[in-house]
Each structure stands twice: as structure tokens, then as C-alpha cells.
Design a protein around this ligand. Structure first.
Ligand code: MG
Length: 302
């Protein structure tokens, strides 16, 4: 019997957190900017559709933003950490084994939940988070973490799944047909650097990588990539991503436990805002400040 590992991931996390407290932002193109309003670190689907790239600097983006009315928010990490804690707390109730992977993602081990249809269970998780915290999540389920990540990707990109994709519930042919449509760079741990090298070897899709010869991959790349192929074939290599997990977790723990202090001034001029650090950019038209009165903003001075 294969393992059933679920990956629960909040969609466009920072943007979705802002929308919980300002529902008028629903359906509008928006981005959340990094510290000091440097670059876009979260994008709504509408902003993605307009071609806003992850990490794109605001100074490059603001012309596109002005043209399309993209709304930009300064980041509010105290709010995001609080929302994350609420989500993780709720998810803890769905399985005795939880691994928090990042601020908006966690794995749940659902192996042996024989009385549940796991797709229905995923839908229940989804509606609970939406109802209790107001955030949209997608659930991907697979025999390994790598497969759970891919299932989550499929659930997110294909509305017919209703936000939940269980790869264990598909036939081998059905699942392979999905993998054939996904570029190899989408696999957890492959990224932009390895993808071109794999492409050059004729490995274009996730299915190509799944079927690749493990010993060739091991000798040309690394044992980590070999383990990824095993994970794609359903063998759970729980230690393979340990290093990565620890790193991400450390970053996340900093966020969770940090004393955030007063919010940093952002570089945007607005009559209600704290003194601006930068003098630049007449971005007032595009950037709306968060309403000052909601409870998570008590850290702001003034
Ligand atoms: Mg996410």
C-alpha cells in the first residue's frame, strides 16, 4: 500500500492574507512587496496574468502597474506569521504527523486513513481553512513528498480538481499523462539551474525524468537527483530533502518567533503614512495602504 502524504499550500499566501482583511481586493491585480518595497514577493493570479514575475523589482514594475492599475502593498510579516500559525494549528488537527515546511506549506501524513476517501478529506481541509481563517488552500496527495508537491501544482493550475488532487487515486496511465504535461523544472529541487541541463539530455517533462535511468543521473548529477527520481516513482525518501527542510524551517522559525517591532517605514508617500525612507517615485496612485485599524496592525507606530 503506498504512503499518502498530503501537501497543503496556501494560494498566493501574502496576497490572500491581505484580502482577508480587505475583501475589496478580491479579483484585482495586486502584489505584495518585500522589505523597503524592493520587489514583488507575492502576486495575485490577476497580476500573474499581466506578466508580473516573482521577485521583479518595483522600479521596473511600476510602469506596468500604472498602466493596469496593479495595487501594491508593503509586506506585513507580523500579520502573515499570525495567519500562518492559525493555519498550521488547524491542520495539526487533521493528522498526528505534521511537518511544517514553510510559512504557508505543510505536509501531513495521511497513510492508513483507511476510513476516509482522501479526496473528500482534502476538500474538508480546504473548506475548514477557508471557513475558519478565510484563506484559500490547495491539497496535493501522493506516495512521496515530491509527488504530493506535483499533485498540489496540478490542483492549483487545473480548476476541475476543485483544489484537491490525489495522485494515488488515479491509474498509472492517468497520472503519467499529467506528468507528461508538466515541465521538468517544476519538480521539487530541480529549478532553473538543473532544468536546462536535463533538457539537453532529452528530459523535458516530469514523466521523462520519472523514466530516466537512475545510475546515469547519479553519475552526471548527484545522489539527491537520483532520490528525486525514486520519489517520482513512489518511493518515499524521507531524508532526501532534510537539509532543505531545515533551512526553510529556520527561516520560518525566525518569522514565527521574531519580535517584529514597529513596522518599517515604506518608501511610499501617503498622507496617512509614517515618514518615508525614500524620496523617490510618485507611486501614490498605485499603492493603497492597509486600513490602519485592523487588529494586526497594532505594531505600527503612529
Ligand atoms: Mg503558497
Amino acid at each position: 500500500m503506498p504512503r499518502s502524504i498530503a501537501l497543503i499550500d496556501v494560494n498566493n499566501f501574502y496576497v490572500s492574507c491581505e484580502r482577508v482583511f480587505n475583501p475589496s481586493l478580491e479579483g484585482k491585480p495586486m502584489v505584495v512587496l518585500s522589505n523597503n518595497d524592493g520587489c514583488a514577493i507575492a502576486r495575485s493570479n490577476e497580476a500573474k496574468a499581466l506578466g508580473v514575475k516573482m521577485g521583479e523589482p518595483w522600479f521596473k514594475l511600476k510602469y506596468l502597474a500604472r498602466r493596469h492599475g496593479i495595487i501594491a502593498y508593503s509586506s506585513n510579516y507580523a500579520l502573515y506569521a499570525d495567519m500562518s500559525n492559525r493555519v498550521m494549528e488547524i491542520l495539526r488537527g487533521f493528522s498526528p504527523q505534521q511537518e511544517v515546511y514553510s510559512i504557508d506549506e505543510c505536509f501531513l501524513d495521511l497513510t492508513g486513513f483507511a476510513r476516509h476517501d482522501l479526496t473528500d478529506y482534502g476538500l474538508e481541509i480546504r473548506s475548514r481553512i477557508k471557513q475558519w481563517v478565510g484563506l484559500p488552500v490547495c491539497v496535493g496527495i501522493g506516495a512521496s513528498k515530491t509527488l504530493a508537491k506535483l499533485a498540489n501544482h496540478i490542483a492549483k493550475k487545473n480548476p476541475e480538481f476543485n483544489g484537491v488532487c490525489d495522485s494515488n487515486a488515479m491509474t498509472e496511465q492517468e497520472w503519467n499523462a499529467w506528468l507528461a504535461r508538466i515541465e521538468v523544472g517544476e519538480v521539487w529541487g530541480i529549478g532553473r539551474k538543473l532544468a536546462p541541463q536535463l533538457n539537453a539530455m532529452g528530459i523535458q517533462s516530469v514523466l521523462d525524468l520519472k523514466r530516466a535511468d537512475t545510475s546515469t543521473i547519479r553519475s552526471r548529477f548527484s545522489v539527491v537527483l537520483e532520490k528525486t527520481i525514486r520519489e517520482l516513482n513512489g518511493t518515499s525518501a524521507s531524508t532526501s530533502k532534510k537539509r532543505h527542510l531545515q533551512t526553510t524551517d529556520r527561516e520560518f522559525q525566525k518569522l514565527r518567533h521574531a519580535d517584529h517591532g514597529p513596522a518599517k517605514p515604506c518608501g511610499i508617500r501617503h498622507p496617512l503614512h509614517e515618514p518615508c525612507r525614500r524620496e523617490a517615485a510618485p507611486t501614490t496612485v498605485l499603492c493603497r495602504l492597509r486600513p490602519r485599524l485592523h487588529p494586526y496592525q497594532s505594531v505600527q507606530t503612529g
